[in-house]
Write a protein that binds this ligand. Structure first.
Ligand code: SF4
Length: 176
């Protein structure tokens, strides 16, 4: 985001007229493959999937919000939405946030890489930060995230670091 766009976003907070938000925390889905002990809304996970906002609704929201400093995409696991890059593109088009951050479970490694590749293609120059959930090392993480008895058990940090390395390479490649 340019200095002018930053000033526009800040003017929404400090200028005359109605105050408008410059930070958005967007829950894009309540789908999640984990079952964390500490989850604040575990009873609602993987329910009401049909009530998720559509691309058109995200477009409408972003268009109405206008310039933002920060948009954070969370869930659930936002990477589980196949159309995540298209959602992100709507906010890129209408809100041009300085930063976009993603709070991901990190379980669907290939999906994350595909999403990031597409997001960087659709949103050239956009700063993207990927946060991956780490609740401990090895078994500690799996126990905390509810994977103990699951065949899908995940063992950070090795996989998460692999994802981050791939994404770093993608990022370096697209910005070259
Ligand atoms: S990853 Fe997040 S949404 Fe999923 S169960 Fe854990 S705390 Fe809840």
């Amino acid at each position: 985001m340019s200095l002018t766009a930053n000033a526009t976003a800040l003017g929404r907070l400090m200028g005359p007229g109605p105050r408008m938000p410059v930070y958005l925390l967007m829950f894009v889905t309540n789908r999640c493959n984990a079952a964390c002990d500490h989850c604040f809304y575990w009873s609602e996970l993987n329910t009401k999937v049909k009530e998720e906002l559509t691309i058109e609704e995200f477009d409408h929201l972003a268009r109405n919000l206008g310039p933002m400093l920060q948009v954070t995409f969370t869930g659930g696991s936002p990477e589980l939405r196949k159309d995540l890059p298209d959602i992100v593109h709507r906010f890129f088009e209408h809100s041009r946030p300085t930063n976009m951050t993603f709070c991901m479970l990190g379980h669907s490694t290939n999906r994350i890489v595909q999403h990031v590749e597409k997001m960087l293609r659709l949103c050239p120059g956009q700063k993207i930060k990927i946060g991956i959930s780490l609740d401990g090392l090895g078994e500690d993480h799996d126990r905390c995230a509810g994977f103990r008895a699951s065949s899908t058990a995940w063992s950070p940090p090795s996989e998460s670091l692999a994802v981050l390395n791939i994404i770093t390479r993608i990022s370096a490649w697209t910005s070259a």
